[in-house]
Design a protein around this ligand. Structure first.
Ligand SMILES: Cc1cc2nc3c(=O)[nH]c(=O)nc-3n(C[C@H](O)[C@H](O)[C@H](O)COP(=O)(O)OP(=O)(O)OC[C@H]3O[C@@H](n4cnc5c(N)ncnc54)[C@H](O)[C@@H]3O)c2cc1C
Length: 363
């Protein structure tokens, strides 16, 4: 079997992997990224709402909070600079009961403590949406939507321009640890050939597969992965939106919201229910729950104009709300894990890349 050595190996070419790889490429003589699919970003990174989150819900000083607020700033700057389409449209969060009004105040207070001071009650733009039903509304002006596919392609170009090597259609199979390197077994699915990559710096951005790799190297059952599926439906009704419309957040998700794409088409999602395996098909059984959730703020939505669209799966961690992004020294090797990297991981991606670079600079 052929064996190759490299200075830095990134496993997984979703938004986390390619953002980190692009950030690190200049610091290493050689950096390789391995992705099983034929294109980067074709798993969770293209199965989401494409929302640039403001950073208003997450606990102060948590990684999610810090990386979201910094990531939002970096992302708007990057999109502007590279002329990638985005719409800083803002979003309304609607309270459908007295109890939910209290939650809006808590969200505003939390956002303020985290340093996001632009949330406002009483924005009159909501009045144009006469089909919505709500007791109170809170507006977040810095929320937006963007073209995440072009963003990932642009990061891919950045990485390649810095000399990075991308192995697409290459599946990571197994790993073992030697004193001064990891031996990483990879199957080139294009040619059905197995080969080994040796590296002393491994960055684990395997998304839904990241926990399994980390547990193999550090400690069996250290983390437990929980898969939370979310489905989207597109909407072909006559109503138009120029803003995102969210309910108040639910336990595991931000609620089934209405988002607009860059062409102002409306989609609803994501729902949130636990699954045992990765299956992106959309189940009709879920549609009644989905509708119930939308009707809490859009009572007359026409169910016949809602069409199943796509789904995504959140890689959550059991007993841990925050992302886990950590470096572990194993003999002379360094492992960087990106675990539980669910929403708002797209928004956070550039800040996550910087965070990992800073971590490595300390080693
Ligand atoms: C329903 C939903 C809605 C969301 N909405 C938003 C939002 O609006 N805004 C936002 O900021 N964030 C959102 N997110 C979060 C965001 O999409 C994720 O945080 C982010 O895409 C995760 O990126 P990743 O690179 O960690 O994972 P992935 O995109 O899953 O990338 C991991 C990569 O690893 C590859 N891989 C896995 N196993 C192997 C292997 N054995 N060999 C080789 N390659 C392998 C996969 O093919 C994949 O490409 C949402 C997430 C979900 C699920």
């Amino acid at each position: 079997m052929e064996k190759f050595k490299t200075n830095c190996l990134v496993l997984g070419g979703g938004v986390a992997g390619i953002a980190v790889a692009a950030k690190l490429a200049d610091s290493f003589e050689e950096c390789i990224l391995v992705e099983q699919n034929k294109e980067l970003g074709s798993e969770t990174s293209s199965r989401n709402s494409e929302v640039i989150h403001a950073g208003i819900y997450y606990k102060k000083d948590s990684l999610r909070s810090k990386l979201c607020i910094e990531g939002k700033r970096l992302l708007y700057g990057y999109l502007e600079d590279r002329k990638i389409a985005f719409n800083n449209c803002g979003k309304f969060i609607l309270a459908s009961s007295q109890e939910e009004i209290q939650k809006l105040y808590q969200i505003k207070e939390n956002a303020y403590e985290c340093g996001v001071e632009d949330l406002e009650f009483g924005n009159d733009l909501i009045k144009e949406y006469t089909f919505l039903d709500y007791h109170e509304h809170l507006f977040s002006p810095s929320t937006g939507v963007f073209d995440s596919h072009s963003f990932i392609l642009s990061l891919e170009r950045d990485f390649c321009d810095s000399g990075g090597i991308i192995l697409k259609g290459n599946k990571f199979l197994r790993i073992s640890r030697q004193k001064d390197h990891f031996s990483v077994l990879v199957n080139d699915l294009n040619n059905k050939i197995e080969f080994e990559i040796q590296t002393s710096l491994l960055i684990n951005c395997l998304g839904l597969g990241a926990v399994a790799l980390s547990n193999t190297l550090i400690e069996e059952n250290r983390h437990t992965l929980k898969l939370l599926k979310g489905e989207y439906y597109s909407y072909s009704g006559k109503e138009k939106l120029s803003h995102l419309i969210y309910p108040v957040p639910k336990e595991y998700s931000l609620g089934t919201h209405a988002t607009i794409d860059l062409g102002h088409g409306i989609k609803f999602g994501p729902s949130a229910y636990e699954v045992q395996e990765v299956d992106y098909s959309i189940s009709n059984e879920q549609k009644p729950f989905f509708l119930e959730s939308i009707r809490s703020y859009w009572p007359d939505i026409d169910a016949n104009k809602l069409y199943p669209s796509y789904s995504g799966i959140r890689p959550l961690l059991e007993n841990e709300e925050d992302f886990v992004i950590e470096a572990t020294s194993l003999d002379k090797n360094i492992l960087i894990d990106v675990l539980g990297y669910s929403s708002p991981g797209l928004t956070c991606s550039l800040a996550t890349a910087q965070y990992i670079k800073d971590m490595l600079d300390e080693f």
